[in-house]
Design a protein around this ligand. Structure first.
Ligand code: ADP
Ligand code: MG
Length: 323
């Protein structure tokens, strides 16, 4: 079987959030240093992601929109050795299937940029345009042909809160990339290329974390964990300040959050939900990212080793911090 058939097909686009995620991941894969995300009405009426990455060569432009066209994988073995975020080659084609889109891109080899406009899944316009090196993708008329999905979107506020959490996570997770977020024509936040993690946490998340963060640096032969967790005095009524990154991907990993929460509740009853910003790094052979098409749910080999590493060490650090 060829590579394409072996990649699990699946729905990628569930909401404006999924579009923003796919577009930003493409910008990161394209080695952008500056990424600007703009949304209107929670992304339902407008999304634009602009980057200063490599751009797309003219001959690849139309190919990029074909299902399973990816410039990032050549063999099935590559699937297990993924250093780029995208690898299924289905994001752009899936976006086109449920929205209209304008793309402008320019590479360092091209004298002039190209603009393409897709409506109803068809290329309706192509022209040359003067622009900077990089790519800008605008998405609008989301789910216009799929009223059911439009109807099940959350409110504008909820959708935009989810997107802003995602951009927070990208900004925290990627050193060396500056992120800017604009919502309904209003500037919301901006991180700098060389801003360190702790100052990003204060700026983006909560100033009150200033005196409440405990630095983590834990490792064994399989896993390296770094980041911050909150002191025992700081907690939230929900999990909104919990971020787990595995090999730089923001993931949801219930067993990890639960084991950290258990550590806290073992130390202090009713500690509710601590804040944490945990970066776990491991050999990519230990990560199965392919179990869910949206790539947020992943499965680790040697999970028990990781969970006990977390339990033992985070608890110790939190107690040290008290005394
Ligand atoms: P994947 O990311 O899985 O390869 P996508 O459908 O997301 O698939 O993108 C298809 C292709 O379009 C990518 O492989 C890449 O070559 C190109 N591409 C998409 N977005 C960008 C971007 N912002 N900058 C440069 N190239 C891009
Ligand atoms: Mg992609």
């Amino acid at each position: 079987k060829n590579t394409i058939e072996k990649i699990a097909a699946g729905e990628v686009i569930e909401s404006p959030l999924s579009i923003v995620k796919e577009l930003v991941e493409n910008s990161i894969d394209a080695k952008a240093k500056n990424i600007v995300v703009e949304i209107k009405n929670g992304g339902k009426s407008y999304i634009r992601v602009t980057d200063d990455g490599t751009g797309i060569e003219e001959y690849e432009l139309e190919l990029a929109f074909k299902r399973h066209a990816t410039s990032k994988i050549n063999t099935f073995d590559d699937l297990y050795n993924i250093f780029t975020l995208g690898f299924r080659g289905e994001a752009l084609s899936s976006i086109l299937a449920c929205a209209d889109l304008t793309l402008i891109s320019c590479t360092k080899n091209s004298k002039v940029g190209k603009k393409v406009v897709y409506k109803n899944n068809k290329l309706i316009h192509k022209s040359s345009i003067a622009t900077n090196i990089g790519t800008s993708i605008e998405v609008y008329n989301l789910f216009k042909n799929i009223p059911v999905r439009r109807k099940f979107l959350a409110s504008d506020i909820r959708e935009s809160n989810r997107i802003s959490r995602l951009i927070h996570a990208f900004a925290l997770g990627y050193d060396g990339i500056s992120f800017k977020f604009i919502k309904d024509d209003r500037f919301i936040f901006h991180t700098l290329e060389n801003q360190n993690l702790i100052s990003k946490i204060y700026n983006l998340i909560d100033e009150n974390l200033k005196d409440e963060l405990i630095h983590l640096e834990i490792k064994n032969n399989l896993y390296e964990i770094s980041g911050y967790t909150s002191s025992i005095n700081y907690y939230r009524g929900n999990r909104s300040l919990q971020y787990i990154f595995i090999n730089n991907r923001l993931v949801e990993y219930k067993k990890i959050s639960n084991s950290i929460e258990d550590t806290y509740s073992g130390l202090i009853p009713n500690s509710r939900y601590p804040a944490f910003f945990i970066f776990i790094n491991t050999n990519s052979n230990n990560v199965d990212v392919n179990i869910h098409p949206n790539k947020r749910e992943i499965k680790l080999s040697y999970e028990d080793e990781l969970l006990s590493l977390i339990k033992e060490n985070i608890g110790k650090k939190v107690i040290e911090n008290v005394s």
